[in-house]
Design a protein around this ligand. Structure first.
Ligand SMILES: Nc1ncnc2c1ncn2[C@@H]1O[C@H](COP(=O)(O)OP(=O)(O)O)[C@@H](O)[C@H]1O
Ligand SMILES: [Mg+2]
Length: 358
């Protein structure tokens, strides 16, 4: 499964148009696809004929309520194309989750439970870099940045690429960046000059596919349809098929869904995986790390953790019966609580032990 966010802090550059029609193009290729509407304006939902008033479960519920999972929020648009709709209340989520641990990883943790037969998840994001966009980026292995050169200079992209680099450093999570030119006038000298300039400044990440200007895109979304449900627009359908094929032919980016468990442990503390309970500590410079706690009678030796050389994470998996366990890590001889786990209790020395409830 590949998860691709469509982002750009500018409104009106074509994020929603690209998100809807790219998701629909993957469907045309026979690939089961989910479109996630992460913009409180709900344009992607409306653009596929889903009105926020008529849906019971939206992105807001999925991000807010631990009891709501992806299958509860999915809505079928047509065979192989699903949407999780947005609603205006989603704009309140940033404030409601403020100060909550792991709030940037909420979408990622929900997507870890997505049915396995989905090939693509496309995320339409709002025109700002806030909590919602961070959730989109944390969950994505790839981003597509649509740029409308008739409205904004291509240089405007620099800020966005800085944000992405910062996020990559903070999370040690690599995101593949693609820049997509949108709203290009066909065959004018001006549009050729724009493509040339984009190649000069963003050559390494510029997509070969281009989306041209056409009123039919606006028409389609105002009818609540993808371009593939319109008549006599083969040329524009072909633009999105070409884009979908270009992505499908590319190498999937490095965030494999398999590493979601690692991310979740880094965000929320130990987590159940198939083999047991996974513990992770991010300590790239440590020489040795042990896990100790009630399950080893607080032995000084504890359980030796293994370093994953690729990520610098120390890991171990334990089999634990249901119950409550206090634990700590021993990093080069120093006892510490688990920095990723917000649950802790004070021990007899007045220090904090991390608390795990299995
Ligand atoms: N290639 C295009 N040709 C013509 N109109 C376009 C094209 N791409 C986007 N638009 C129109 O421009 C407006 C803004 O696009 P939209 O996809 O909503 O941008 P964003 O989601 O980035 O705010 C919409 O009215 C949309 O129909
Ligand atoms: Mg939009």
């Amino acid at each position: 499964m590949r998860i691709i966010s469509i982002i750009n802090q500018k409104g009106g550059c074509g994020k929603t148009t690209v998100a809807i029609n790219l998701a629909a193009a993957f469907r045309e290729l026979g690939l089961k696809t989910l479109l996630i509407d992460l913009d409180p304006q709900a344009h992607a939902s409306l653009g596929l004929g889903v009105s926020p008033e008529e849906v019971e479960t939206t992105m807001y519920d999925l991000l807010k309520d631990p009891r709501v999972d992806v299958p509860d929020a999915l809505r079928l648009v047509e065979e192989n194309l699903y949407i999780i709709p947005s609603s205006p209340v989603l704009s309140a989520i940033e404030q409601e989750l403020s100060g909550k641990a792991g709030r940037e990883g909420r979408l990622l943790s929900k997507l870890a439970r997505i049915p396995a037969d989905f090939s693509y998840v496309i995320i339409d994001s709002p025109p700002s870099i806030g909590l919602l966009t961070f959730n989109a980026l944390m969950a994505s292995g790839e981003v597509i940045i649509p740029v409308d050169p008739s409205r904004f200079s291509i240089q405007g992209l620099e800020k966005l690429r800085e944000t992405l680099e910062l996020l990559e450093r903070e999370t040690r999570h690599t995101i593949a960046v693609h820049v997509l030119l949108n709203n290009i006038e066909r065959r004018t000298a001006f549009s050729r000059a724009i493509v040339d300039e984009a190649e000069r400044s963003h050559g390494g990440v510029l997509m070969k596919s281009i989306i041209c200007h056409s009123v039919r895109y606006k028409e389609a979304s105002s009818l609540g349809l993808s371009i593939f449900r319109m008549k006599h627009v083969e040329q524009f359908q072909e633009e999105f098929m070409t884009l979908a094929r270009e992505i499908e032919a590319g190498v999937p980016a490095s965030l494999a869904v398999e590493s979601i468990d690692d991310w979740m442990v880094r965000l929320h503390g130990p987590r159940r995986i198939e083999e047991g309970i996974l513990f992770i500590l991010n300590a790239p410079n440590a020489q040795n790390v042990y896990l100790t706690g009630e399950f080893t009678n607080w032995s000084r030796e504890g359980i030796r953790m293994e370093k994953d050389e690729k990520t610098g994470f120390w890991k171990t998996v334990l089999h634990l019966e249901p119950g409550e366990y206090e634990y700590r890590f021993i990093v080069d001889g120093v006892w510490i609580k688990d920095p990723n786990n917000t649950d802790s209790v004070l021990n007899e020395f007045g220090q904090e032990n991390s608390l795990l409830i299995v």
